[in-house]
Design a binder for this molecule. Structure first.
Ligand code: NAD
Length: 324
């Protein structure tokens, strides 16, 4: 199967590409990535010599490049996006451009080139916030941030291409990912790298906000199950099964690096901060046999070790992005 992977130099996309190429010598993957601030081609260095690997630097909003790389593909796995909520609050323009227009350009090209399957990677954030219980795939989308609104728009465009044109679309929505190679503006790598450097960490508000944590390798296994076994036109949730408040998560990270609560700085809450996300992922578990394999405590410890051992990966990225 020839697969076009957009955003394959990012955190989750690069894990997906490494997983696929490392497990299958016959796999054929073309990565299309613009290499924005969060894209790191070196994330793919370990598979660069695989005979089935091709890297193309380009923008998903550019119909010419997209048309060229789409020709001859059997499937698309679409990760490319602007994905940091805080950046979307500062300015939504790049989010609408890449997440909405970019997805539309890809869908149009996939339809034109009669691509067999289009897997659109999305997020639990499209549902808004939930006090109790969990969302099923049928729940209405009520996104609150410019980021989640742009992702909801792209989900609806993808599903509309199935209904209108018969394009074989599947959509995955996952919970918060963690693991190696995550850009150090997101909470877990930001806190780890700051704690390693002896700095304080900024905890939003009272830390009551709750997220479910999913190891990136489990997420990518779930994506592959949906790619090969999901039903056209359907949405699949992928969860990690570890719900934590930001306060609890901060405590675990402090413990992991041997630091105390005096290293925590309480900062003004994020505007419109969703209180809780929670996905019911019974559908993918029952229909496709998905189950997360990485225990959270072990996954977190391994992630802390990875950042300790890879300062040369994250330090230049933080410097370039102006992150302290
Ligand atoms: P990331 O920022 O690490 O990677 C995004 C990649 O997309 C980068 O390599 C970047 O260079 C590329 N890209 C951005 N704009 C592009 C454009 N216009 N054209 C081509 N390439 C472009 O993000 P991530 O955390 O790996 O997220 C990947 C996907 O997963 C996104 O669609 C995101 O919405 C979704 N998601 C992420 C999480 C999470 O916890 N990180 C949770 C749910 C869903």
């Amino acid at each position: 199967m020839r697969i076009l992977v957009t955003g394959g130099a990012g955190f989750i996309g690069s894990e997906y590409v490494r997983q696929r190429l490392n497990s299958d010598p016959t796999a054929r993957i073309t990565v299309l990535d613009k290499l924005t601030y969060s894209g790191v081609e070196a994330n793919l260095a370990s598979v660069a010599d695989h005979p089935g690997y091709t890297f193309v630097r380009g923008d998903v909003c550019d119909p010419d490049v997209v048309g060229q790389v789409m020709a001859g593909q059997d499937a698309v796995v679409h990760f490319a996006a602007e994905s940091h909520v805080d950046r979307s609050i500062d300015g939504a323009g790049p989010f609408v451009r890449t997440n909405v227009t970019g997805t539309q350009v890809l869908l149009d090209a996939a339809h034109r080139h009669r691509v067999g399957r289009f897997l659109h990677v999305s997020t639990d954030e499209v549902y808004g916030s939930i006090g109790e219980g969990s969302w099923t795939e049928e729940c209405p989308l009520t996104p609150n941030s410019p980021y989640s609104a742009s992702k909801a728009g792209s989900d609806l465009l993808a599903l509309a291409h199935h209904r209108t044109h018969g394009l074989d679309v599947v959509v995955t929505r996952c919970t918060n990912n963690y693991g190696p190679h995550q850009f150090p503006e997101k909470v877990i790598p930001l806190f780890i790298t700051r704690l390693i450097d002896g700095k304080t960490v900024p905890l939003y508000g009272d830390g009551r906000n709750i997220r479910d944590w999913l190891h990136v390798s489990d997420h990518c296994r779930g994506i592959d199950l949906v790619l090969h076994g999901g039903r056209a036109g359907e949405v699949y949730h992928i969860g990690g099964g570890t719900e934590l408040s930001n306060h609890k998560l901060t405590g675990l990270l402090l413990d992991a690096v041997g630091a105390d609560w005096d290293r925590v700085e309480h900062v003004a809450d994020r505007k419109g901060h969703d209180l809780r996300y929670s996905l019911d992922d019974g559908k993918i578990r029952e229909q496709l046999g998905y189950a997360p394999q990485v225990d959270f405590a072990e996954g977190l410890a391994a992630t802390v070790s990875w950042y300790r051992a890879h300062r040369s990966w994250w330090e230049p990225l933080k410097e370039r992005a102006g992150l302290r």
